[in-house]
Write a protein that binds this ligand. Structure first.
Ligand code: AVJ
Length: 316
């Protein structure tokens, strides 16, 4: 147990503040970044191994097949700056393909992952300067290494961009521009629009790993904030939002019920949902438009053989 749960103050505690705020709204939502506690991160890793979740395999195949193109795009001696580094598995693939990379800056709020990833990368690439930054990549902050150390390339794989709304995405792209400089480059991976059926199956796998991942958020509220969610009275749902071109994850209330968290009571009607995540899906054109809104131009567009996923090389 992390805290005496009766003393959690939604003004002081950011998680409590987001939960109380999100569940007080007319349309209940919770920010998707809270899905990634230790169990949530492990469940996400398990999702990437499910047959229906094609994203990770498709992106990894692009990184392997386009290794040479990527190395040409990133000039020799570059510093790689990764936004939301997580477990950093794809990073090793990219670094191994680059010519003489000089530095690696993983940015992540999850300190344990950050330390582990930094250690592993530093020992595999002994000549690389590794400088982790423990931040939420949406905050405003500076990165180590100025331009005299070499050209800088941003790396933002995994379609995490798809979880950001238009304002957050534009803010991040603008901040990346500031970090990476006028001749900086960026490599960004996003999922592409395709049949709704295939998209929904990726977010509602038959082994129910995605359901467990989504429901874990309620478990986390119970454990960390002393909530009394009855998990069996909620159900995972994946829905397509045609206007936003996004797969949404929801938690659907199976009955009329009330839940108490931090001394506050929240009512749920039967079928009312908590919206827990949006994963936006792009076309080459819609991604190009997004990139422009943040001050970037698309110089390279790579796809896997089945055209499921897109990796884009951006310049200023
Ligand atoms: C890691 C955020 C890219 O949106 O596809 C997987 C998270 N959610 N299944 C995604 C996720 C449900 C994933 N990202």
């Amino acid at each position: 147990m992390l805290h005496a749960t009766n003393s959690i103050d939604p003004v002081e505690n950011v998680f409590a503040r987001d939960v109380v705020g999100g569940l007080s709204a007319d349309v209940k939502t919770l920010p998707s970044r809270w899905l990634y506690d230790e169990r949530g991160s492990a469940l996400f890793e398990e999702i990437t191994r499910q047959d229906e979740y094609y994203l990770t395999r498709a992106e990894t195949s692009i990184l392997r097949e386009r290794r040479r193109h990527i190395a040409d795009f990133v000039e020799s001696g570059a510093i790689l700056i990764e936004y939301g580094a997580g477990a950093g598995v794809k990073t090793e693939l990219v670094l191994a393909g680059l010519r003489n990379p000089r530095g690696y800056v993983p940015i992540d709020i999850a300190a344990p992952f950050l330390a582990e990833t930094s250690k592993r990368i530093a020992s595999r690439f002994p000549s690389l300067w590794v400088r982790p930054v423990e931040r939420n990549f949406l905050d405003v902050f500076e990165v180590p290494f100025d331009s005299c150390y070499g050209g800088r390339t941003g790396f933002f794989p995994g379609s995490t961009m798809g979880n950001l709304d238009a304002i957050e995405a534009k803010t991040l792209l603008t901040q990346m521009g500031r970090h990476l400089g006028d001749d900086g480059r960026a490599i960004i991976g996003v999922d592409l629009q395709k049949s709704v059926d295939m998209l929904l199956r990726a977010y509602d796998d038959s082994a129910d790993v995605t359901a467990a991942f989504n429901l874990n958020l309620l478990e986390r509220i119970n454990t960390e904030l002393g909530g009394d969610f009855r998990l069996e009275q909620f159900e995972h749902a994946a829905r397509w939002n045609e206007i936003d071109k996004a797969v949404e994850m929801h938690l659907v209330s199976l009955c009329d019920q009330c839940v108490t968290i931090c001394g506050r009571t929240f009512n749920f009607r039967t079928s009312e949902t908590i919206h827990t995540e949006s994963s936006r899906k792009y076309t080459a054109e819609s991604f190009e438009q997004l990139a422009r809104s943040g001050g970037w131009r698309v110089a390279e567009a790579w796809q896997d053989a089945d055209r499921l996923f897109g990796l884009f090389g951006l310049i200023r």
